[in-house]
Every structure is written in C-alpha cells, then in structure tokens.
Design a protein around this ligand. Sequence first.
Ligand code: ADP
Ligand code: NI
Length: 215
Amino acid sequence: MERQIIIMETEKYVQKQLEGEGTGHDWWHIHRVTELTKKIAEKENADYFICLMAALTHDLIDEKVTNKTKRAMNQLMKWFDQMEIPSKEQKRIIEIITTISFKGGNKPTPSTLEAKVVQDADRLDAIGAIGIARCFTYAGSAGNIIHDPEVKPREEITEEDYRKKDGTAIQHFYEKLLKLKDLMNTETGLKIAEERHRFMEIYLDQFYMEWNGEK
Ligand code: ADP
Ligand code: NI
C-alpha cells in the first residue's frame, strides 16, 4: 500500500479509536503532535513514515487511554498488518510508542532518532499555551483546584498527594511542565521548547501578580 494512503487511513482509524476520549489524549492532541512531528522529523532528517505512524498511534496503547493495553497492542498490530506494513517497520513503530511515555520519568532516553523526534513532539504539546490549557483541563477533571498558596511547589509529587487533594494545577507546572524543556532530545525540539517555556514563565509571573493583587 502506498505510504501516503497508509498515513491517511491511519489518521481516520485513530480518530475513530479516540472518539469520546476525555483524558487529554483526544484526537486533536494527536493531530498537534503529528504536525509537530512532521516539522521536527524534516529538520532532523528522521524517517518520515516511521515518525508519522508513531505519532499517530502513540496514545492508543497508553494505559491512561485504555485499561487493556495488551489488547490495544494486538489490535494495533492487526491494523498495521491490514495496512501491509512490513514487520520490520511495525517493530520500529511499536518500539517508539512503547518507550516515549513520560510517566515514571526515569525511563532512559530513547535511542533511535525517530523515537527522539516523536517524544519531543509529544512533550511540546504539554508546554506553552496549549500545555497550560491541557494542564487546567486535566486538573479540573481530576477535581484539583487551580492554586493553593499553602501548597509549596514541589518537584516530586505522588499519586497519594493528589488523592489527598494536595495537588493543584499550578503545582503541576513544577512537577512536570517546567522540566520538559531540558528533556528535549533534538535541537529543533529544543528551539520550540524554549519559546514555549518562556511563555509559561511569563504566564506564571502574571498569575502570581494577579493572585497577590499586584496587577
Ligand atoms: P502524556 O501526554 O505524556 O501522556 P499525561 O497523561 O500525564 O501525559 O498528561 C496529559 C496532559 O495532562 C498533559 O498535558 C499533562 O501535563 C496534563 N497533566 C497530567 N497530570 C496532571 C496533573 N496532575 N495536573 C494537571 N495537569 C496534568
Ligand atoms: Ni501524547
């Protein structure tokens, strides 16, 4: 099957799979990550097809999106078969999407250029103006409040803290969002991250000024 057609068919497939998705991994997240992936892959001379396929499917097997990751994985491989993607390439795509998730934080940096590209694109969608929007949306759906001045920003926070309602949206900036810039794998990703990072810093300055009645 022609690659362009595989990509288009997979777009439709993913869109359908993510219908009703409400954890911040909806189709538009995938769309944004795919667009960023195109941009970074081109500049970094990474394998365009592999990167794009990984970007499109990266959240389908995520435990936050499905509670049956094994089944989701089998289903995805069936889809790849249907698209007549050679098994060697299937392996490369699967390898990327199983290694890029930030959760856990201590996973080793991905070793292939393609994984680095897609991981950067995924992380970029968690920062900047869009990252801020996703953060507040997530916090709201988890029942967390915007900010509590008594909750001192901590870099490490456990699920238990959140259960005790000790996690706020602003807290999440320190726990994750402000760390992502320094975790960029590619030069192209870093350039975009720097601008988005700066925007978050400006945002936080303004936020605290308003909070303290200074603006
Ligand atoms: P990923 O997109 O890497 O799979 P997550 O599922 O952890 O990441 O997060 C989805 C979105 O929700 C991201 O934009 C992330 O920053 C945000 N998010 C995750 N956990 C929290 C939290 N505790 N508070 C606010 N936002 C969060
Ligand atoms: Ni993602």
